[in-house]
Design a protein around this ligand. Structure first.
Ligand SMILES: NC(=O)c1ccc[n+]([C@@H]2O[C@H](COP(=O)([O-])OP(=O)(O)OC[C@H]3O[C@@H](n4cnc5c(N)ncnc54)[C@H](O)[C@@H]3O)[C@@H](O)[C@H]2O)c1
Length: 323
């Protein structure tokens, strides 16, 4: 059995997924669409496949099982709805969209169709996350501290709020997803935002965001993000419960129980596993999709709530609904 996959968006992250997928013996990349013809042609050439100018041409021309949607935040919505309308499985890179309404529409369509979906929250496949979960056991978490301290990524759409949605929606969403996984759902957020990255005009994203999160089970959370640095400084989540401090990032887990620090280096390959799990689900061989669209919608709603609280200055409550 072969899984026939198409791509919409042929940029950085698409190239990464295509590289991973092309190493799977049961996958064929059968078409790549990008509104930038040179980009579609470049990635298509690398994988010996056809290039298209938009998702509609890809869907019209190829027999597909699944589509990877790897476009910037502003371009989500119509593409996913068309993929679902065609009865195909759907992999979407985070963030789901610029706003909540678009993602809710896609989630509703996916639910109606009973589609296999997955979102690129690959941190959920880190071994160190599993280890952190085991170490915590059933100790209630009291404090979670998330950070994303980075540069402005070198893609043209990122510095504009109507391109990326801002740093919390676009980047810190990985940390918020981890916080939901390890600490639980958030019921209320307040936040503050400060400044803009240098040389950015009207409509630019914030330069720094600080947020306070209230978790349903009583834990407190703090999130700090900035894009003012010229390098990726640190991104991850610290978790504190009685007698244990954990610091999780993409490459390691630092554990402190008061008897010295233990550093566990990440040994798995989460970026491969996220694709493998999706393909297995599409081929009905596995059930290890850890962030289906509906679940990622909850993380996206949380990121949107933080962004809204930061721009409005008023706390935002997250009602407990799926719809
Ligand atoms: N999970 C991760 O680790 C990870 C890593 C990198 C990027 N991402 C996410 O992936 C998304 C894309 O990032 P990137 O770095 O690949 O960006 P990019 O700018 O390199 O690529 C995006 C591509 O989408 C194309 N595009 C835009 N609108 C389109 C449309 N309507 N139809 C078809 N193609 C369209 C652009 O022309 C561009 O080639 C972002 O949301 C980013 O956050 C996730």
């Amino acid at each position: 059995m072969t899984c026939r996959i198409g791509f919409v968006g042929a940029g950085n992250v698409a190239a990464r997924h295509a590289r991973v997928l092309s190493g799977f013996p049961d996958v064929r990349i059968v078409g790549i669409a990008d509104t930038d013809a040179a980009r579609a042609a470049g990635l298509a050439r690398e994988h010996g496949t056809a290039a298209y100018g938009d998702h509609a041409a890809l869907l019209r021309s190829e027999r597909l099982d699944a589509v990877y949607v790897c476009v910037p935040p502003f371009a989500h919505g119509q593409i996913e709805l068309a993929v679902l309308d065609a009865g195909l499985s759907l992999f979407v890179e985070k963030p789901l969209a610029l706003d909540e309404a678009t993602a809710r529409r896609v989630a509703a369509a996916a639910r109606r169709r009973g589609a296999v979906t997955a979102v690129g929250h690959h941190w959920r496949y880190l071994d160190v996350v599993e280890q952190a979960r085991r170490l915590l056991g059933d100790r209630p978490v009291r404090l979670a501290v998330g950070v994303w301290l980075d540069k402005v990524p070198p893609v043209p759409w990122w510095p504009r709020r109507d391109g990326s949605g801002g740093q919390v929606i676009e980047q810190a969403v990985h940390v918020l997803d981890l916080a939901r996984l390890l600490v639980g759902e958030v019921t209320e957020v307040s936040a503050h935002e400060s400044g803009h990255p240098p040389d950015q005009a009207e409509g630019a994203v914030g330069a720094a965001t600080g947020a306070l999160l209230r978790f349903r089970d009583g834990a407190t959370g703090i999130l700090g993000a900035t894009c003012l640095l010229g390098w990726k400084h640190r991104a991850g989540l610290e978790i504190y419960a009685e007698g244990i401090a954990l610091r999780i990032s993409e490459d390691r887990l630092v554990v402190d129980t008061g008897a010295g620090r233990r550093v566990i280096v990440e040994a798995g390959d989460a970026r491969r596993r996220v694709d493998r799990a999706f393909v297995d689900a599409v081929l009905r061989r596995g059930t290890d999709v850890r962030a289906p669209y509906d679940d990622a919608l909850r993380t996206h709603r949380l990121a949107c709530a933080v962004a809204r609280a930061a721009t409005s200055g008023a706390p935002v409550r997250l009602e407990d609904t799926d719809g």
